[in-house]
Structures are given as structure tokens and as C-alpha cells.
Write a protein that binds this ligand. Structure first.
Ligand SMILES: [Zn+2]
Length: 61
């Protein structure tokens, strides 16, 4: 089974925030980002321009 990891750091899109995520699928990144942005950054819906930045900031290893 091929294992990969998806990484994302909140500060990579410009937030002054040390939160980061390291999960097995891209879907898990988005699930966690939505919850994090809601509670930590008061973003109940992620704006399209932020979504684009997040897409570029997600790294797969
Ligand atoms: Zn954050």
C-alpha cells in the first residue's frame, strides 16, 4: 500500500498562527482546515481566494 502524507501550515498563507496539519489524505487536510479556520480565524466559509492559497500551500510527501 502506497502511503503519502499531506502537510499544511497555517502561516504559509499569511496567518500569524503556528497551527499545522499532517494527515494521510487531501480530504483530511480540508476537513481540519475548515474546523480550524472557523474556530481560530472566525472564517465560517473559506473565501475563494483563501481556498486558492491553501491549495497551493498543501504539500504532499
Ligand atoms: Zn491558523
Amino acid at each position: 500500500m502506497l502511503m503519502s502524507r499531506f502537510y499544511y501550515k497555517c502561516r504559509d498563507i499569511g496567518f500569524d498562527c503556528s497551527w499545522e496539519v499532517d494527515v494521510p489524505t487531501n480530504k483530511d487536510v480540508w476537513a481540519k482546515v475548515r474546523i480550524h479556520n472557523r474556530y481560530a480565524h472566525n472564517e465560517f466559509e473559506i473565501p475563494p481566494e483563501i481556498e486558492e492559497k491553501i491549495k497551493k500551500a498543501i504539500k504532499e510527501k
